[in-house]
Design a protein around this ligand. Structure first.
Ligand SMILES: Nc1ncnc2c1ncn2[C@@H]1O[C@H](COP(=O)(O)OP(=O)(O)OP(=O)(O)O)[C@@H](O)[C@H]1O
Ligand SMILES: [Mg+2]
Length: 409
């Protein structure tokens, strides 16, 4: 299959002092701060890390090739360079070095505000975008109703898009990009602006576009959406490609980037409302951070109910793929004292496979109020023990639960 996108040695430098049409006084403040060896008050985050004061490399020597029909997830932390790369591919900005080759028509959905002319109505923008994509008027007319239906903006289709809310704007922009049958579809995080129902609808539409054999390059921080849609992943870190491989291994590497083990949590602030005092994961014999797959793991939640009764402790355990391996609560305890301030959850041997996990904790009153939701309250690793540790490799076992959970005869 031929390459739909080829990126050759692409680097992008932003020069301080000329970014984003800054005011003269901001330039002077930046130069003054640098001269005095202080931090530039107007620098964007990341510049400190990758710049030399004057120049800042948002992308640094990027190379990859995407074959026609591939669906790629571009992932990386904030400021990694994802949007900059998509802007270069969409020809909104040019690379400082290197070049990109694209074969076929490209529709892109980048930041809210790009792609549409604000003074033109939704109706006029649909025709403008179709024309830019090289479509005939009759073809655009044929797709027009589908676009308006999908975007659910019929009432406002003759209103200038500058009057749209950001959600409406993104709905129309996505509908245009998705229905005008581009050969290459480039989508940045913007979908997050839409509500959950619309996001799901967009993912469904992207799946059907992918099914028609079109090329999609998709940026999202939602690993569930990325995994559902993409077969290959490219991971950027500080403007460089650090991984290009199957979507599973790329997501694992990305989540591993942000992994720091913590087998206990201690409250720092103590609000007057119900909260967690302490959460700990323990095992016999004592272990820290890495636990054995063959022993029960006990998670103890100590709460301060601040006078409330009937509180529920809930947990979510996510693996390194972002999959919810467990979602449970102490309502499943055989008996529970409504005034209890300690809940204990016993994770049986092999309930979790070898790998890295995050645990989220929720303190709530069922169907009423959530008092505290701690994302990544604990982070820990599960590893093989005993003879199995010497004989096998964790990466060989891909199940969310440990392989010894099943009984073999
Ligand atoms: N016009 C600009 N001028 C100067 N620096 C910029 C400009 N646009 C982006 N940057 C910087 O380039 C780096 C990469 O930004 P980019 O927007 O590509 O990141 P990203 O991976 O899309 O991040 P996010 O996940 O937050 O969307 C950041 O450090 C950002 O501050
Ligand atoms: Mg971005």
């Amino acid at each position: 299959m031929s390459a739909a996108i080829r990126v050759e040695n692409v680097s992008k430098r932003y020069r301080l002092g000329v970014i984003n049409r800054r005011m003269l006084y901001q330039d002077l403040q930046s130069r003054w701060a640098r001269w005095r060896g202080q931090e530039d008050p107007h620098s964007k985050v990341g510049e400190k890390l990758r710049g030399n004061g004057e120049n800042f490399w948002a992308l640094d020597g990027i190379n990859f090739e995407i074959r026609a029909g591939e669906v790629i997830g571009l992932i990386g932390g904030n400021g990694a360079g994802k949007s900059t790369l998509l802007k270069i591919l969409s020809r909104i900005t040019s690379p400082t070095k290197g070049r990109v080759c694209l074969k076929g028509s490209v529709a892109s959905l980048l930041e809210v505000g790009t792609g549409f002319h604000p003074e033109l109505t939704g109706h006029e923008n649909i025709f403008l975008n179709g024309t830019i994509l090289g479509m005939r008027q009759s073809e655009i007319r044929r797709k027009f109703d589908q676009i308006v239906d999908f975007a659910e903006v019929e009432q406002f289709i003759d209103t200038p898009v500058k009057r749209y809310s950001s959600g409406m704007y993104v709905r129309l922009a996505f509908a245009v990009a998705a229905h005008l049958s581009p050969e290459i579809l480039i989508i940045d995080e913007v979908l997050a602006v839409g509500d959950a129902r619309f996001q799901e609808k967009c993912l469904g539409k992207m799946e059907s576009i992918a099914g028609e054999g079109r090329t999609i390059l998709f940026v999202s921080h939602n690993m569930g959406a990325i995994r559902a849609l993409c077969s290959r992943g490219i991971l950027l870190r500080e403007g460089r490609v650090v991984m290009d491989g199957s979507i599973d291994e790329t997501i694992t590497a990305y989540i591993g980037d942000n992994f720091a083990s913590a087998s206990s949590y201690e409250a720092k602030e103590r609000p007057a409302s119900p909260h967690f005092e302490r959460i700990t994961a323990t095992q016999e014999p004592a272990a820290q951070g890495t636990f054995s797959i063959g022993q029960p793991l006990v998670v103890t939640f100590e709460t301060n109910p601040c006078g409330k009764k009937d509180l529920t402790v809930g947990l979510v355990i996510r693996n390194s793929q972002g999959v919810w391996v467990q979602h449970s609560s102490d309502e499943f305890a055989a008996a529970k004292d409504p005034l209890a301030t300690v809940s204990r959850c016993i994770i049986p041997p092999h309930a979790l496979g070898p790998g890295k996990y995050h645990l989220d904790a929720l303190l709530a009153k069922r169907n009423e109020e959530a008092y505290e939701h701690l994302v990544n309250a604990l982070s820990f690793e599960i590893a093989f023990d005993g003879a199995m540790a010497a004989r096998t490799h964790a990466a060989d076992w891909k199940g969310a639960c440990g392989p010894g959970l099943l009984l073999w005869e």
